[in-house]
Design a binder for this molecule. Structure first.
Ligand code: TMP
Length: 205
C-alpha cells in the first residue's frame, strides 16, 4: 500500500528497562549524521492527556485498565496528528519512543488485544518498529541501576507477560523487527542500525 507521507516513521518498543530511550537517542544521532532531518518523540506525550496518564502510572490517580487504554489511544491520536504526521509530510524521519505496540502489549495483558487495536484505529501503523527484546531479569537490573521510582507496570512477573505479548505480536506484524537487547549498548545499537539503514533509502531529505 502507498504511504500517505514521504518521511519514514520508526517506533522503538520493549519492556521497561529494555533501553528504549538510550537506543532512540543513538539511532537519531546516526541518522542525523547522514544529513537527514529527524524528529525524536515519545509516548506518553507531555501534552494534556499524557500528563493525566503519568499521574495514573505513578499511582497518584486510581484507574480501571480500560480507562488507561482509552487515554493512551487518545494521547496517541493527538500525538500522531499534531506532531508525527506534520513531520512525516515534510519528509523527515520520525522516531517515537513507544507507540501503538506498547498499547497492544501492555494493555493486552488486561484487555482483549482486538479491542485495544480497535480503539487505536485513528493512529496508523508505523513504517518500521524495532522491538528491543530483553528478559525480565536483565530489564530489572537496568531499572535498579537507574534508581527511578517504579511505575505501575514494573511489578514482579508482569514484564514477562508483556514481553510474551510483544513477541507474539512481532510474529504477526510484518513491520515489527525483533532485536536482541541483552548485549552492551553499542552492540544493540549496531543491531538496530542493520535493520534501519536499508530503510533510509525511502527518505529523500
Ligand atoms: P516510559 O517509561 O517508557 O516513559 O513509559 C511509561 C509506561 O507506560 C511504561 O511502563 C509503558 C507504559 N505504556 C503503556 O502501558 N501503554 C502505552 O500505550 C504506552 C505508550 C506506554
Amino acid at each position: 500500500m502507498k504511504k500517505e507521507w514521504q518521511g519514514l516513521f520508526i517506533t522503538i518498543e520493549g519492556i521497561d528497562g529494555a533501553g528504549l530511550t538510550t537506543q532512540t537517542t543513538i539511532l537519531a544521532d546516526r541518522i542525523r549524521s547522514l544529513g537527514k532531518e529527524v524528529l525524536v518523540t515519545k509516548e506518553p506525550t507531555s501534552g494534556p492527556i499524557g500528563q493525566v496518564i503519568r499521574r495514573i502510572l505513578s499511582g497518584e490517580i486510581k484507574h480501571e485498565p480500560c480507562v488507561l487504554a482509552l487515554l493512551f489511544a487518545a494521547d496517541r491520536a493527538y500525538h500522531f496528528s499534531s506532531e508525527i504526521l506534520p513531520a512525516l509530510l515534510k519528509g523527515q524521519v520520525v522516531i517515537s519512543d513507544r507507540y501503538i505496540l506498547s498499547s497492544l502489549a501492555y494493555q493486552g495483558v488486561f484487555l482483549p488485544v482486538s479491542w485495544v487495536k480497535e480503539v487505536n484505529s485513528c493512529s496508523p501503523d508505523p513504517d518500521l518498529c524495532i522491538l528491543i527484546d530483553v528478559d525480565e531479569s536483565t530489564a530489572r537490573e537496568r531499572i535498579e541501576k537507574r534508581g527511578n521510582r517504579r511505575e505501575i507496570f514494573e511489578r514482579e512477573g508482569e514484564a514477562e507477560l508483556i514481553r510474551r505479548n510483544y513477541l507474539e505480536l512481532a510474529k504477526k506484524l510484518s513491520w515489527v523487527k525483533v532485536v536482541d537487547g541483552r548485549g552492551p549498548v553499542d552492540q544493540v545499537a549496531n543491531l538496530i542500525w542493520k535493520v534501519v539503514e536499508p530503510r533510509l533509502e525511502e527518505v529523500s531529505t
